[in-house]
Design a protein around this ligand. Sequence first.
Ligand code: SF4
Length: 391
Amino acid sequence: MYSDDKIFIKNLPPLSIYIHIPWCVSKCPYCDFNSHSIDPNNIDEELFLKSLRCDLEQSLSLIWNRSIISVFIGGGTPSILSVESIDKILEMIRTYLRILPNAEITIEINPGTVDSLKMKGFKDSGINRFSIGIQSFNNENLKKIGRIHDKQDALNSITKAQDLVENINLDIMFSLPGQTIKNFIYDLKTAKSFNPNHLSIYHLTIEPNTFFSKNLPDDMPDEETSSGMDDLIEIELSEMGMKRYEVSAYSKDKFQSIHNLNYWTFGDYLGIGPGAHSKISFHDKIIRQKRIYNPIIWMNKSIKMDNSHIIENICILKDQLPFEFMLNVLRLKDGVNRRLFKFRTGLSIDVMKERINIAYKNKLLSKNSEKFIATPLGWKFLNDLQMIFIK
Ligand code: SF4
């Protein structure tokens, strides 16, 4: 039962699995992910797989008897691993967990680390969605952001992916050093020529502690050029029936990413691997976990089987739930049904009545009685809208 100090979640949300592969051939100068450059020949794949298995085994009691709607192998560069390792990871997941028959199973691909044979091997292991880190089709722009692949690698990997599976995503970035509007139009048109069903398009942001934060290239596009690029995206993509459904995600009908939608609708996920995060609901609480970031330390701790690879294991406070929920769901262009708040958090909407009124007053949240959905102004100032829900 719901009382003032407790939450009660009647039906647990859908559950996804995330597996973090922490290595890359080289570190891109803009990247703030938990990725570490390594010579692929020096990866101890056997020890890594053993550590992943230990990590999963230590987490099983948290998700006992629940079905899995999606698996996402991300990084870093997952495609740096051999086909045999990816096959073993998926076999391990299938051995311990119940994966639904129509589950989305994605691997992130760096075009500089795959050939046709490898991609076919991934597909034969059970991968049914490729997310390809294209970023740009312009060799100069790719070089400036430190990517290891070139335009031809990008074209080859898309062609091969489309031969193998129906469901692919292309990651594209804009506002790159030296990039002009004309370059970006070329990138969009080239992406469009493949008629992809999903695109993720990101503005390059300069994150602290990256190489670019200390050595900003002097040919970054100015604000006006960047916003011109941003404006072009929806115009170009709507022509081919693609709709923006989230801040950075565009898809054709029925090709929205199941895995990402689960994050944005405040679903559950178990993340295993170095630095992976988890959010797991129980009937009376919601917990968050973080694993050790450093891959070597994570491996050494995980195989000890004493949970010492987990550096944070906290219960989300009742007061934090409105913000955590709204932070995610307001990223969705079409919003979500208001009843989802009660389903996911176990709380009544009344707990955030005051904050909803502030958002109305500022014309950032729509007065739609069915949905939580940002107004056009709220969409433009999404951060401000989300911050209203911090207690
Ligand atoms: S390939 Fe991706 S994860 Fe690896 S360094 Fe570059 S941006 Fe980061």
